[in-house]
Every structure is written in structure tokens, then in C-alpha cells.
Design a binder for this molecule. Structure first.
Ligand SMILES: Nc1nc2c(c(=O)[nH]1)N[C@H]1C(S)=C(S)[C@@H](COP(=O)(O)O)O[C@H]1N2
Ligand SMILES: [Mo]
Length: 564
């Protein structure tokens, strides 16, 4: 290997060693001082700039891998993890390239070998685009630009100085290189190898210790548990109010998802790959544009208006059949009709343009609002302020639409004269995003087999949901058998999922269980509408197809055990 190539390889190694340390320091900066975390901001920006399908594709493949490895049972966690891994790898690769470039530049530069200035200059040059991008996309850091500039200036000047130091140490006595030219056992002289090993070891140690430190901090940061329902049979919400269907005789099969999702288990999906937006202490909501009365309301003012309260199931359009991106809780807020009443849209206003603190945007047509008093500006979930991850202080609810049409972290509402495509619609997702009927088997409870009239029965259960349309029946099929009707538990409300249960006459062995649902006929028709059976992926309009499970169902343990 010639000197030049060898030096570039050393540059790559140094870049590979230093970058994780830099990422760790940024991670700690985020944890302790809410400073931006550049790898995530950068990836966020890349994700917004590249075509949506490319990123979705990349994330989907990684989610498959994570779930395949058993690292994520929970789809939204897996998606976040996938995004973060991609962000870290991207940043690391750029760091490796920066190492190579620096060594190349420094080799070529006719500046005094000991001079640190080129190193610092290079570091700042590498950092500048990342910092600029972070300024453009980061919404979570409350730190002022001056503090951010100082922090990243320091970090990148430090990186540059460290690169210079490593280059200096490694290129020292480059003439000696010639000696080992023909020695293929030890291409790198021992002192260099030792140097690289030491730098590698030190950076690995720093990274592990730093990540541990940051991890510890986040472990203590979790939201306090407000409600602790274990299975589907909660009788009250977490404030102790009885749930509307508490007296329903149909009990969920053991292992069915909680009918009322504990808020801290509610799924989360948004365009932020790192932290959460920071919401100002003195938050107010400006409503302006084509209205008679422009207003700027405090949260208290909004909460004094007549409120409504609804049990609502929300799903992400990216939820796969049987996926976890769907949850149910009680929403409290103000009908947008109340708001129209107060602001008086002018005649040419046709839509509201809503902007979130992450710069997510969506449009809501005024005609839709005028026809549907249920469309609301929500401030509570489960009788408590929205958690920051789920949109504090205000978010939108629109019945029968997937989550992508319903902004969180609302910063402003502008009345405009044109209805334009919102954030996800511009990226190729369905403009209407109307919910498609779905049904899921949560459990084949062979640990809860019971005997009835001399027949062993296995409780099977799950949920069915069709937005705001009623679920009229759910059917289960075992292997190639007949479709059998399940019992339906009354839902928590007209927009909440329906918990169902089917008690199946047990037969031992491996079986294939399939579920389907029917929703109420549209107005003027009499036949219930079957769930779409044809399999389709989530993009662009939401997944369709039947959920099925293959399970080995075992005979319960014989009562006269032969075990010692
Ligand atoms: N501001 C903002 N609102 C948003 C999003 C977002 O990225 N930013 N994502 C939407 C999508 S795609 C979904 S599925 C729901 C998820 O809400 P949750 O995270 O509270 O479950 O929020 C919607 N509202
Ligand atoms: Mo979503």
C-alpha cells in the first residue's frame, strides 16, 4: 500500500473513531441542555427533502428488520428506532468521509505540520452546514441561536483540532514508512497501530459511557403513570369516571388489548425524528386571515368555551393490518363550529390552514366543519392535558380520517381562500385519508380454555373499527371452516373500536384464524358493507385485507399430572 492510500485509510479510521464521540457529546448536550442533536436534525431535513416514498421505503425495510430480529414488537417504536438508526449511520458515514478529506487536504497543504489553524478551520467548515440545517428544522431546542452557535462552534473546532492532532501523530516520520513497504504482515508501523488502537479504544469508551449517562437520564424522565389498566376490562377512565359500556355483559377474551388505551401507551407518529417541540410558557393561539374577528386565545380562554368529550380511536394511515399504530382514549375539546361562531370567517374563506410547532401543516375545509360539529380542537386526553408527545397544548380531531389529517402542537390557524394539500398529501398520501374498516385478532386464549356442555372452548378476541361508521358484525373463520359470528361488546363511543369475542369449540393442533368485519350500510342502502378483503399496503390510502394468525392450540394440561 502506498503512503497516500495508507494516510487516507488512517483518515477514515480516525473519522470513524471520532464521529461516535462527537455524536455522544451532542446526545448529552440534548439530554442535559436541550441543545439540538445534529444527526437527527440532519436526517429530518434529508427526510423532508427527499421524495416521501424513498424515506418511507427505507424506514419500512428497517422496521421489517427490527421486527424480524424481535427488537420491536411495537410498530411505532420500531419506526422511530429505524429512523434514529438511519440518522446515526448517515452522520457517521459523513464523519468517515470528513476524516478522509481532512487527511488528504492536510497532506497536500504546505503549512507548518504543527499548525492547528487548518484543522480548526476544517472542523468549522464541516459543522457549518449541519448547524444551518438545524436552524432551519429544529423545533425542540429552547436554546438561543447564540448559545447554539457557541456550543457547536466549540464542538466542531474541537473536532478539527482533534483531527489535526491525529493527523500529526500518524504522519509523523512518514519517511520511515518506506522501511515496512514490503512487509505485508505489518503495514502500519507498530507505534501507529498502537496509536489507532488507543484512539479507537478511548472513543469507544467515551461513547459507551456517554450513551449510558444519557440513557440513565432519559430513564428517569418518563411520564408518570396515570392509569394502569392491564387488560380490556377497565371500568373507569383514570380519573375514576365510569366508562360508558362498563355494564356490557360481553367480556373481552383474556389477552385482548385494553379497550381504553393507557395514555402513556398511546401510539406516537410524527415527522420529528429526535426530540419534541418546545412550547412557550405563555402559549397563545392566534387565529387570523380571512375572518371578521382575529383572535389570540390563551388555553384558559379556550377551555372556558363549551366543550365536548368523545371516546375516539385514532389510527395512523401507515398502520399495517394488525399493527400497533392505533389507540383509543377520551378526547376533550371545543367544536370548531364554536370557533367559527366567534371568529366569523369572511365570505371568501374556504379552509383553515393549521401549522404545528414542527412546521407540519394541514388544511381543513370550512364546509366540512359546518357539516360536522364533532370536528374539534382538543386539549385533553383522558381528562388531563395532552402529553407533549401527543400534541400539547392543542390538536385537531376529525372523525373518520386517519391521523395524518389531524395536526398536533397547533401554533396557528389561518383562514384562507384555497384548500391546498397538506404535509403528507404533498408526499403522495391520500388527500381524503378516510378510514378503512379493519379487524384484528388479538388473542387465541388457549390458556383460558373452559368447558361448556362437555365441549372445550377457546376464547378468541380482538377489535374491529371503521372510523365513525358502526361495526355491525365480526366473523371468525378457523382454517377452511364457515365464517362464525362473534359477540360484540358495545363500543365506548361511536368513533371507538368495537371489542369482539368468539368462543371456539377447541380442537388440538395448528390452526389458521381469520377475522373480518362488516360496517353499517351507507344511508339509503340496506346491506352491511364488508371489509375489503383484497390485500393492499398502507401507501397511499391505508392497508386493507383480512388479519389472520396461525396458532398452535394445545390441550390444557391434564388434571392428573404424571410429573413428580
Ligand atoms: N404537528 C404534527 N401533527 C401530526 C403529525 C406530525 O408529524 N406533526 N403526524 C400526524 C400523524 S401521521 C398521525 S398518525 C397522528 C399521530 O398522533 P399521535 O402521535 O398523538 O398518536 O398525528 C398527526 N398529527
Ligand atoms: Mo400517521
Amino acid at each position: 500500500m502506498n503512503n497516500r492510500r495508507q494516510s487516507l485509510l488512517q483518515g477514515a479510521l480516525i473519522g470513524a473513531f471520532f464521529t461516535p464521540t462527537l455524536m455522544t457529546v451532542m446526545f448529552i448536550g440534548e439530554r442535559f441542555a436541550q441543545l439540538p442533536n445534529l444527526p437527527f436534525d440532519f436526517f429530518n431535513w434529508v427526510a423532508r427533502t427527499l421524495p416521501g416514498s424513498l424515506i418511507t421505503f427505507g424506514i419500512d425495510r428497517m422496521v421489517d428488520v427490527l421486527i424480524g430480529l424481535g427488537l420491536g414488537s411495537n410498530l411505532d417504536d420500531a419506526a422511530k428506532t429505524a429512523e434514529q438508526i438511519m440518522a446515526l449511520i448517515t452522520f457517521w458515514i459523513i464523519g468517515v468521509v470528513a476524516g478522509i478529506v481532512f487527511f488528504a487536504v492536510r497532506n497536500a497543504l504546505k503549512v507548518d505540520r504543527d499548525n492547528t489553524i487548518p484543522g480548526i478551520g476544517f472542523g468549522l467548515l464541516v459543522g457549518a452546514p449541519f448547524v444551518l440545517i438545524s436552524f432551519a428544522v429544529n423545533v425542540s431546542s429552547p436554546q438561543s441561536p447564540v448559545v447554539q452557535l457557541a456550543w457547536f462552534g466549540l464542538l466542531y473546532a474541537g473536532l478539527g483540532a482533534a483531527l489535526q492532532w491525529a493527523w500529526h501523530a500518524l504522519s509523523d516520520g512518514s519517511q520511515q514508512q518506506e522501511i515496512s513497504k514490503n512487509d505485508n504482515v505489518s503495514v502500519v508501523p507498530l507505534n501507529r497501530r498502537q496509536f489507532l488502537l488507543q484512539v479507537g479504544g478511548a472513543s469507544a469508551t467515551l461513547t459507551v459511557v456517554g450513551a449510558g449517562l444519557g440513557g440513565l437520564l432519559s430513564a428517569t424522565e418518563g411520564e408518570p403513570a396515570r392509569n394502569d389498566f392491564i387488560s380490556g376490562t377497565a371500568l373507569t377512565d383514570s380519573a375514576g369516571n365510569p366508562l360508558p359500556n362498563a355494564n356490557d355483559p360481553v367480556q373481552p377474551a383474556p389477552g385482548t388489548r385494553p379497550e381504553y388505551t393507557p395514555v402513556r401507551d398511546h401510539y406516537r407518529i410524527d415527522i420529528l425524528s429526535g426530540g419534541l417541540p418546545s412550547i412557550p410558557q405563555d402559549y397563545t393561539l392566534p387565529i387570523f386571515g380571512l375572518v371578521e374577528n382575529e383572535v389570540e386565545w390563551t388555553l384558559d380562554e379556550i377551555m372556558e368555551m363549551p366543550s365536548r368529550e368523545d371516546f375516539i380511536t385514532m389510527s395512523c394511515i401507515s398502520n399495517r393490518i394488525g399493527g400497533s399504530l392505533i389507540s383509543t382514549t377520551k378526547w376533550t375539546g371545543v367544536s370548531f363550529q364554536e370557533i367559527l361562531e366567534r371568529v366569523q370567517p369572511s365570505e371568501d374563506a374556504v379552509a383553515m390552514r393549521i401549522i404545528g410547532a414542527d412546521n407540519f401543516d394541514e388544511y381543513i375545509p370550512l364546509d366540512m366543519v359546518r357539516e360536522d360539529e364533532r370536528i374539534m380542537l382538543a386539549y385533553w386526553w383522558d381528562d388531563a392535558p395532552l402529553p407533549l408527545r401527543n400534541g400539547f397544548p392543542l390538536r385537531v380531531h376529525i372523525p373518520d380520517r386517519y391521523g395524518m389529517k389531524q395536526p398536533k402542537w397547533i401554533l396557528s390557524i389561518e383562514f384562507v381562500d384555497a384548500h391546498e394539500p397538506g404535509y403528507w398529501v404533498r408526499r403522495g398520501w391520500d388527500a381524503e385519508a378516510i378510514v378503512r374498516a379493519t379487524s384484528v385478532i388479538d388473542t387465541v386464549a388457549d390458556d383460558a380454555i373452559y368447558e361448556a356442555n362437555g365441549q372445550m372452548m377457546v376464547p378468541i378476541g380482538g377489535m374491529a373499527w371503521a372510523g365513525d361508521r358502526d361495526i355491525v358484525s365480526v366473523q371468525v373463520r378457523v382454517d377452511e371452516g364457515e365464517w362464525e359470528d362473534a359477540q360484540l361488546r358495545a363500543p365506548l363511543g361511536e368513533r371507538a373500536w368495537t371489542i369482539w369475542r368468539y368462543d371456539w369449540p377447541f380442537s388440538e393442533g395448528t390452526h389458521n384464524f381469520t377475522v373480518r368485519t362488516f360496517e353499517a350500510p351507507p344511508e339509503g342502502q340496506s346491506d352491511p358493507v364488508p371489509q375489503i378483503s383484497e390485500r393492499a399496503g398502507t401507501r397511499p390510502s391505508g392497508a386493507t385485507g383480512y388479519h389472520n394468525l396461525q396458532e398452535i392450540v394445545r390441550e390444557p394440561e391434564a388434571e392428573t399430572s404424571t410429573e413428580a
